[in-house]
Design a protein around this ligand. Structure first.
Ligand SMILES: Cc1cc2nc3c(=O)[nH]c(=O)nc-3n(C[C@H](O)[C@H](O)[C@H](O)COP(=O)(O)OP(=O)(O)OC[C@H]3O[C@@H](n4cnc5c(N)ncnc54)[C@H](O)[C@@H]3O)c2cc1C
Length: 302
């Protein structure tokens, strides 16, 4: 078997932040067998989807990663049950479900996550959440190989799942959706896109979505706004002028350290004024200098 691999590959342009560097090996398996082959040929492999929630070090990463983008198959099982593989992109999934007349994925229309990333992060928006529709997840771990986890066993929570706590990778998932008129689904998707256009930076302005999770019964964006974060910037990274929980890399010249320093400024401002410690939504991949190690520890970025 021959799994596609790119060596010393600069992933900057693959990230939605347009920040990154060279990664030692980037594997693109197309099947579970190829996935398995990579896991057993490398000592330590990390798995990513579309890198839309990941800050990649400007100094790159010396190790190996899998990108699931070539595992992008999907099928409609009996009745209203779908199976989609880890690399299938959320917006395509939303379009597929609409064309088949099924509701539940309208929220995925406006952000670029892969199915695996969406499951790992338990992505949500516009009152819908990916775990709401999950029946079971086909998982992979080095010890167990391929196995199924039920929705309960996935331990979904707000922006969390078991995949963030254990070395369990998503291969695909089965969903149960509800039948609905395709025009109504389209209407909902149009409303979702209009909301995003009004409140969030588009992908044309490099960003990675919300930077911090919302604290319980509170809004990270509101707290950040109240400390004046919309005026904050560090190097090429700045807080978006229309929503304080987004960091943008407008001129594509921000480094990973700029982003971490800016996150620290945002985090410290909220902690000082309200005593609330914001928790990051964004993940980190790659080498770290001494300051980046310190910032990731304080900010609790994994
Ligand atoms: C413009 C914009 C808008 C956004 N809006 C939203 C929003 O409304 N709601 C929301 O929830 N998110 C939003 N996001 C954030 C992001 O798209 C989601 O977190 C998405 O789920 C990440 O998917 P990904 O494939 O890009 O994950 P990656 O960035 O590739 O990975 C994120 C995490 O998931 C893990 N992971 C990825 N694939 C797998 C797998 N197969 N198995 C196990 N773990 C895996 C990675 O190891 C990493 O820890 C937005 C991002 C952008 C850029």
């Amino acid at each position: 078997m021959h799994v596609e691999v790119k060596e010393n590959f600069d992933v900057t342009n693959l990230t939605s932040f347009k920040i990154g560097g060279k990664v030692g090996k980037v594997y693109y398996p197309t099947s579970v067998d190829e996935f398995d082959e990579v896991i057993f040929s490398e000592k330590d492999v990390k798995v990513f989807g579309n890198l839309s929630n990941t800050l990649v070090s400007s100094d790159g990463y010396d190790g190996a990663i899998i990108l699931t983008s070539n595992m992008d198959y999907l099928w409609l099982e009996e009745n209203n049950h779908f199976f989609a593989a880890a690399g299938y992109k959320g917006p395509k999934l939303a379009q597929f479900a609409k064309a088949a007349g099924y509701s539940g994925f309208e929220f995925m229309i406006g952000f670029p996550g892969s199915l695996g990333g969406n499951i790992c992060m338990n992505a949500s928006a516009h009152g819908q959440c990916i775990s709401d529709k999950v029946v079971s997840v086909t998982c992979y771990s080095k010890d167990r190989g391929v196995f199924e986890l039920s929705k309960d066993e996935m331990e979904f929570g707000y922006r969390s799942s078991i995949c963030q706590r254990e070395d369990i990778f998503v291969i695909g998932a089965e969903f149960e959706l509800e039948e609905k008129d395709a025009d109504l689904i389209q209407k909902q998707m149009d409303e979702n896109l209009a909301f995003r256009k009004a409140h969030q930076p588009s992908l044309a302005i490099p960003n990675c979505g919300s930077v911090f999770r919302n604290p319980e019964n509170n809004s990270a964006g509101k707290l950040l706004d109240e400390i004046g974060a919309k005026d904050f910037s560090v190097g090429g990274a700045k807080v978006w002028e229309n929503h304080a929980n987004f960091i943008v890399n407008e001129n594509k010249n921000a480094s990973s350290l700029d982003v971490l320093e800016l996150m620290y400024k945002m985090y410290s401002g909220v902690k000082e004024k309200y005593g609330i410690e914001l928790k990051p939504e964004v993940k980190y991949l790659g080498n770290k200098n001494k300051r980046e190690v310190e910032l990731c520890r304080i900010l609790n970025i994994k």
